[in-house]
Write a protein that binds this ligand. Structure first.
Ligand code: GLY
Length: 301
């Protein structure tokens, strides 16, 4: 068995995996590892689709979605459309650990975050302010769903600790210029992430409006339960999405999976999402080594 280990979406998942490995190799829990990994990406202003420095909605406000799931207790916590708080995954964990609920949304998620000691923060950077100004110049219409170069998407992380327990985290600022109040797949258990400690964990990235219609992460974990390898389960989930939503293929989706024994896999609808030259990558880490891989891709239906 390849314990402990961690897998994350996109090339920006590499530093996140390194942070998770540091915790896992010291005997820390998968839950602490995925939270720490998510915080690394949430704090990085160069990742324009997660946390601080994420692209805003059509009103110019950065709205964050995040969820965390703990396989050991089969519990989860989530926040949706959270504004002005820097590390939404840590607020999601507080929802899980300090309330009887699974998800808090909007202004009341923010109220909870502030009451729990979360810091009121301006999530904009010079880059996001300039990008929003350019967007407003291009259009004064409400947001239409589209992906562009600034919107490279969600980080999803799955970790397996030395005790054999699984956890996952998923955090994003969602689609740039989205309609205010739009919530994607990332904070939804079964869509953006899912963990079953007896089977494995999965997380998704891409067009959340489509991913949530097929409960992608749940399907991937159930595929592993039925005996598929993690790669087969990811390919099956993506093929299912493409079959059910054939009109929405161009916007792209991908998923990662980590099985209870440390085997892992990934799949995507296409090479890159909005432009074919941009590769869809995921990061994998075990024994202090983090590597980047591409694809595999599931042919469009
Ligand atoms: N997958 C992120 C989103 O669509 O919001």
């Amino acid at each position: 068995m390849n314990l402990p280990c961690v897998i994350a979406t996109w090339s920006f998942g590499a530093p996140a995996c390194r942070a998770a490995l540091e915790i896992l190799e010291e005997g820390g829990s998968s839950l602490d590892a995925v939270e720490r990994a998510a915080n690394v990406t949430e704090d990085d202003p160069d990742v324009t689709s997660v946390g601080y420095g994420g692209m805003p909605n059509a009103d110019g406000i950065v709205e964050l979605d995040a969820a965390i799931m703990d396989g050991r207790r089969h519990t989860a916590g989530a926040v949706a459309a959270l504004t002005g708080i820097r590390r939404p995954i840590s607020i999601a964990r507080l929802v899980m650990e300090r309330t009887r609920h699974c998800m808090l949304a909007g202004g009341n998620a923010r109220r909870f975050a502030l009451a729990q000691g979360g810091e009121d923060t301006d999530l904009h950077t010079d880059r996001t302010r300039a990008a929003y100004a350019a967007y407003r110049e291009r259009t004064d219409q409400p947001a239409v769903v589209h992906f562009d170069d600034e919107n490279h998407d969600t980080i999803g992380i799955c970790a397996l600790d030395a005790d054999g327990h699984l956890a996952a985290a998923c955090t994003t600022s969602g689609l740039a210029w989205k309609l205010p109040g739009r919530v994607g797949d990332s904070p939804i258990v079964g869509s953006g992430l899912y963990v079953d400690d007896e089977i494995g964990a999965a997380s998704a990235t891409g067009n959340g409006d489509e991913i949530m219609k097929v409960c992608l992460s749940y399907r991937v974990v159930m595929g592993m339960e039925r005996g598929m390898t993690p790669t087969e389960a990811c390919r099956d989930g993506i093929a299912y999405l493409l079959r059910k939503r054939p009109d929405h293929q161009a916007q792209g989706a991908a998923c990662i999976a980590l099985r209870k024994d440390g085997a892992w896999g990934a799949a995507a609808t296409q090479i890159g999402f909005d432009e074919m030259s941009r590769r869809w990558q995921h990061a994998y880490g075990a024994r202090s080594v983090v590597t980047l891989s591409e694809g595999p891709y599931v042919a469009r239906g």
